[in-house]
Design a protein around this ligand. Structure first.
Ligand SMILES: NC(=O)c1ccc[n+]([C@@H]2O[C@H](COP(=O)([O-])OP(=O)(O)OC[C@H]3O[C@@H](n4cnc5c(N)ncnc54)[C@H](O)[C@@H]3O)[C@@H](O)[C@H]2O)c1
Length: 260
């Protein structure tokens, strides 16, 4: 695989899977624009990629909830590298975890303050929507481009507590990805959602079960995305691809026992 003269925007790129995507894309010759709210970590990671001297990287501070900041990332990619071949939108996570909600104080869904869920829906659903809106303007002009959304097994399973997360992820997995594929086809724009089960970006993910008896190594998720972005993956479009060790199959066949 080679991404020489290709440019990717990756959001949420200061850590985790999308940082790994940016590192891989650059190692394969591509240019990357890394966007995140966490500027300190971002600057360090951008410098590391540039030190390797293969693909070039720039970092842009961006809160994906702010449309003007989203457009600024798009504009920077175009100014710096002349276009956008791939948008890999990964910024996000469960609001109750990321906003550090105390489960003892807020034991159930209605106890969690609504602004926590608002934050989750803004980051996990509105953020990808904003980015899709901003980059398709450029991709339509270029008559090419790939948008990769990141879903989650939770989008298919639901979550009775961290409810912003499955609601947002299901929106990406089924609504946004199909709609963008329908819009983009005549302009050569593809959209694919990649939906992992547990991934070892945090050690606690090892506790989530899968039929294969393990969580994914982050590189396994990135390899799939690189394939979709490569010359070999060009016919994949409008699809939600679960990469979960078979957990989704298990969810359908073994219903959870209802709580009393
Ligand atoms: N780790 C898993 O098991 C798993 C499973 C399924 C799906 N996912 C999804 O994959 C994506 C990446 O997961 P990860 O574990 O690598 O995440 P991570 O927590 O390591 O990275 C998320 C990044 O998003 C950034 N971010 C948060 N809010 C932001 C905002 N408003 N604007 C810009 N950036 C913001 C954070 O600073 C962080 O760098 C997430 O969308 C997550 O929901 C993860």
């Amino acid at each position: 695989m080679e991404f020489k003269n290709k440019t990717a925007i990756s959001t949420g790129a200061a850590s985790g899977m999308v940082l790994l995507f940016a590192q891989n894309f650059a190692a394969l010759g591509g240019n990357v624009v890394l966007a995140d709210v966490n500027v300190e970590a971002l600057d360090e990671k951008v410098a590391e990629i540039n030190e390797k001297g293969v693909g070039r990287a720039v970092g842009v501070r961006c809160d994906v909830r702010d449309y003007a900041q989203v457009c600024a990332v798009r504009d920077r990619a175009v100014e710096e590298f002349g276009g956008i071949d791939v948008l890999c939108h990964f910024a996000g996570g469960t609001a109750v975890r990321m906003r550090k909600v105390n489960r003892e104080e807020c034991p159930e869904f209605p106890d969690v303050p609504i602004d926590i869920y608002d934050w989750g829906i803004d980051v996990n659903l509105k953020g990808p929507f904003y980015f899709a809106h901003a980059v398709t303007k450029q991709m339509r002009e270029q008559k090419s481009g790939l948008i990769v959304n990141i879903g989650s097994i939770t989008g298919a399973e639901g979550d009775k507590y961290g409810m912003d997360y499955p609601v947002s992820k299901a929106g990406l997995m089924f609504g946004l990805t199909k709609s963008l594929a329908q819009f983009g086809a005549k302009y050569g724009i593809r959209c694919v959602c990649v939906s992992p089960g547990p991934v070892l970006t945090r050690p606690e993910m090892a506790k989530m079960s899968t039929p294969l008896g393990r969580a994914a190594d982050p590189q396994e998720i990135i390899d799939l995305i690189l394939f979709i972005a490569s010359d070999k993956g060009q016919f994949i479009n409008g699809e939600n691809i679960m990469i979960d060790g078979g957990r989704n199959a298990m969810t359908r066949s073994v219903p959870k026992k209802p709580e009393t």
